[in-house]
Design a protein around this ligand. Sequence first.
Ligand SMILES: [Ca+2]
Length: 106
Amino acid sequence: MSTLELNELACERKQDLTGNDEPEIWIDGAQVWAGSLGKGDSAVFSPPIKRSFSGQIVVELKERDGSGGNANRKLLGQQTFSARSSASPASFSASGYRYKLHFRVV
Ligand SMILES: [Ca+2]
């Protein structure tokens, strides 16, 4: 078994045109964190978000619009981690946004 530790999510460029982004982190299909970040903001996870796994574990970064029953989520990116993953931070980026996820696998 390995453990994925998420330490920090940094927003280098946000996806929403106005206001903060509402990023969410999902691990293996379950939401583990939601927040509000603007450009240059960082969410530090203390203690780290930890999930043990064997084989691989999938992390998705989503961005939420709307609220409550009208929430609408855009998938910003997906990364698969294994026991050998060490290239922290992982980057979630496209033309309109850039996020860096600091992690380690122990
Ligand atoms: Ca949003």
